[in-house]
Structure formats: structure tokens, C-alpha cells
Design a protein around this ligand. Structure first.
Ligand code: CA
Ligand code: ZN
Length: 299
């Protein structure tokens, strides 16, 4: 099995040399740093000085043989193992409550037996997830802290063990990289921090031919999801919902009106995060409606 450790990028770009080349269908373990590059930070000035280009290192990139522009990269998340402690922060100006935060605070939180020991009496069940996961974007270099059509810092709590993520391929090899694992994170990531933690993530990657997608999509045991990011939250919502409506129309041969009503009756619009340079949302629909999940529906 391929294992990548110590190779990290702070942006997603077609210019980066691959850390490793794999064949379609290979299983790879990514050793990931936390979003603060594993640097223990316990004073405010240092925290405040971190720019979007100094955080969120992503391990990789991985060149997947045979992937070319217009293909889809399928990433099955087999396992996420997290370290025995992580950090959370509150930073003035950051996140939904940032304007109320008077001074920066760093909190180190132990993780034991799958529980995060937040305080004496509060234990949070861990559901480790990947904050940053993406491919080289269509144009230029995008900091790992930013989400987009290429994936990136989506902070999507559903990107966890057992899930399968689909990313569009924009450049040869795809150039997959990931990092910013959270032992746990609430939807929205309201303070701009999950339980940030070093991890080992094992995934199986395949190239899918003959289908194209414009934005990331994913599935888990029960549901599938369209995902969209935009500086404008309303725009992100429109993109995720309209992408799901198009899937339903195609798969069930429905009018837009019917598909929209179906989504309104049983689809769930969910926040991924509302604190990064672009906001990310997902539209969830139970697989039962679409008679099982079929990647061909993206075609
Ligand atoms: Ca993140
Ligand atoms: Zn994070």
C-alpha cells in the first residue's frame, strides 16, 4: 500500500510536482498534519498572524495514472485514524462570533476511546472527517484554506469513514491532496475551528471515464449529496440545490417543478461551513428516492 508522509502543499495547483504516482484503484494512506501545521500555538499574537497561506497543509499531491480533464476521481474513504489530542481556537474576528471574541484562546483537547474530552463533564463523540480534500483547480493556485469546484477546504462533516467523494478532474493525474482532519466538527464550523488533529487517512482512488461533473458530489450509506461553494452563501445554496434537482430530473424523468417539490418535501439543505473565504453547503437526498446510487446519473 502507498503511504505518503511529509509531503505537503499549501495550495492546490497543477504546478505542484506529484509526491507520488499511483494507478487507478490503488489504496493510499495520507499522513496529515493538523490545519496549524502541527505547530502547537498557545499565544495570541502568533495565532493572529497566521495567513490563509500558512495554514491547512494538504498531504500530496497524488498523480492518478489515466486521469485526464473531464474525468471524475472517485475517492472511497476507508479509514481515518486520529492522534490522541487536537486543538481548537477562538480568534478575534474569525467565525460567526469573531466580533465578540476579545482575546485569542487555544484549547488542547484529548481524544480517548473515540471521545473528545472537551471539559470535565462534556465528552463529544468523535466522527473524524476530512476538512481539506481536493484536486488541482481549473486555473492557477488556490490556497488550501479555500473551497471551490475542485474541493479544497469544504469542511464537510459527511466526508468521513465510509463515504465516497467524487471530484471533477481538471488536469492530468488529478493531483489529489488532503489534510485538515477534524476529530469532530459541528455543521457550519461556526468558530472557524473543528477539533483540529493530525491523522492518517486511508482512501482508495479510481478514475471514472465517460462522466463529467462540475462540482464535488458524494454519497454515504444512506444518502447522496451535491456540494457547492461560493463567496455568496445564497449562490452556493442555489448551485447545490439546482445540481441535485438536475440529477432527480434526469434519473426520474421529472419536470423541474416536480423535482423541486420532491427536494422541498424530503431533501435536506445543510451547511458544511460558513466561515471560510467561500461558504460551502450540501444538498442531501436519501438514496431510496433514486433507486440506489448510480454514478452514471452524473453523465
Ligand atoms: Ca478547514
Ligand atoms: Zn480544520
Amino acid at each position: 500500500m502507498v503511504r505518503i508522509d511529509g509531503a505537503a502543499v499549501f495550495s492546490m495547483s497543477a504546478e505542484h510536482l506529484p509526491a507520488v504516482t499511483v494507478k487507478s484503484g490503488e489504496t493510499i494512506t495520507f499522513v496529515t498534519r493538523d490545519c496549524y501545521n502541527n505547530v502547537k500555538r498557545d499565544d495570541t499574537p502568533e495565532l493572529r498572524s497566521l495567513g490563509w497561506d500558512e495554514i491547512n497543509p494538504a498531504t500530496g499531491p497524488v498523480y492518478v495514472e489515466g486521469a485526464v480533464q473531464g474525468d471524475v476521481l472517485r475517492i472511497q474513504i476507508e479509514r481515518i485514524r486520529v492522534a490522541d489530542s487536537g486543538v481548537m481556537v477562538a480568534i478575534p474576528g474569525e467565525g460567526v462570533l469573531g466580533k465578540m471574541v476579545k482575546k485569542g484562546v487555544v484549547k488542547r483537547i484529548p481524544v480517548q476511546d473515540g471521545m473528545a474530552l472537551f471539559s470535565e463533564d462534556i465528552r463529544i463523540p468523535c466522527e473524524p472527517m476530512i476538512g481539506v480534500i481536493g484536486v488541482a483547480p481549473p486555473h492557477g493556485a488556490i490556497p488550501c484554506g479555500e473551497p471551490g469546484c475542485h474541493g479544497g477546504n469544504m469542511d464537510n462533516s459527511r466526508i468521513r469513514e465510509g463515504a465516497t467523494l467524487y471530484l471533477p478532474v481538471f488536469h492530468e493525474g488529478g493531483l489529489l491532496a488532503m489534510g485538515d482532519v477534524h476529530a469532530c466538527m459541528g455543521d457550519g464550523e461556526v468558530m472557524c475551528s473543528g477539533l483540529e488533529i493530525p491523522a492518517e487517512v486511508t482512501v482508495t482512488v479510481d478514475v471514472m471515464k465517460g462522466i463529467s461533473i462540475k462540482n464535488p458530489m458524494m454519497e454515504d450509506a444512506e444518502s447522496f449529496y451535491t456540494i457547492a461553494s461560493d463567496v455568496d452563501l445564497e449562490r452556493a445554496i442555489f448551485l447545490a440545490v439546482s445540481d441535485m434537482a438536475k440529477l432527480v430530473m434526469r434519473k426520474k424523468n421529472m419536470s423541474l417543478e416536480d423535482a423541486g417539490m420532491l427536494l422541498s418535501a424530503m431533501g435536506n439543505l445543510q451547511f458544511c461551513q460558513v466561515v471560510d473565504p467561500k461558504r460551502t453547503v450540501r444538498m442531501q437526498l436519501k438514496k431510496s428516492v433514486l433507486d440506489g446510487f448510480d454514478p452514471g446519473m452524473f453523465a
